[in-house]
Unconditional design. Structure first.
Length: 199
């Protein structure tokens, strides 16, 4: 796998890690009953992931397929230091979610007590994305199996057509965490625009 990544980077040194991963995964030879894996359904599965590494196909895709846009906000996968601090609002964020490799993005936003946060997320393709706002002091936006922690969610967005919208008046001053999560599997990364403003 490392050698395959090195070959891709040798062809295009500007590739970002998530683009290399996308090329290697989506160019793999599918493992299924006709190729000898009796338990493997077509497409990505629990037994072989995307399938068998196919370096030639990955190199071919590099020159012939449009790559997912780089996500300049990564890593931003959890609360605390793993979130991305947003400059003063209003702000529009262009980023992506990948159900298989990066299905959660978290942004931190400072709100004063009584201030209202407005957020709307528009996916670039058909996808089920959830917006959740977490309270100051949140350690993790996802609980691990068996973890016992307080649920610090303060509100969730609502779907309006293809868009997800969220509005919240801050109960106290502090750093809140806005989570965008891709909750249903789709083959390719989903580009999205996240608009934020304060009132």
């Amino acid at each position: 796998m490392t050698a395959a990544a090195a070959l891709l980077l040798g062809q295009d040194p500007d590739l970002r890690p998530e683009q290399v991963a996308w090329l290697l995964e989506r160019s793999a030879d599918d493992a299924n009953p006709s190729s000898g894996c009796a338990k493997c359904p077509g497409g990505r599965d629990l037994y072989t992931g995307w399938g068998t590494l196919d370096v030639l196909n990955a190199l071919t895709m590099l020159g012939s397929s449009p790559l997912p846009a780089p996500d300049h906000y990564e890593p931003n996968d959890d609360a605390g230091p793993w979130s991305h601090a947003l400059p003063p609002l209003p702000r529009t964020v262009d980023a992506s979610l990948d159900y298989w490799d990066d299905n959660t993005d978290v942004y931190r936003v400072h709100l004063n007590k009584g201030m209202r946060l407005f957020a709307h997320l528009t996916p670039g393709s058909a996808a089920t994305v959830r917006l959740t706002l977490w309270a100051p002091g949140t350690q993790h936006v996802e609980l691990t199996l068996g973890a016992k922690a307080a649920d610090t969610r303060v509100t969730q967005g609502r779907r309006v057509g293809a868009q997800v919208r969220l509005s919240y008046r801050a109960a106290g001053t502090g750093v809140y965490y806005l989570e965008a999560k891709l909750v249903a599997p789709v083959r390719d990364p989903v580009q999205y625009k996240l608009g934020l403003s304060r009132g």
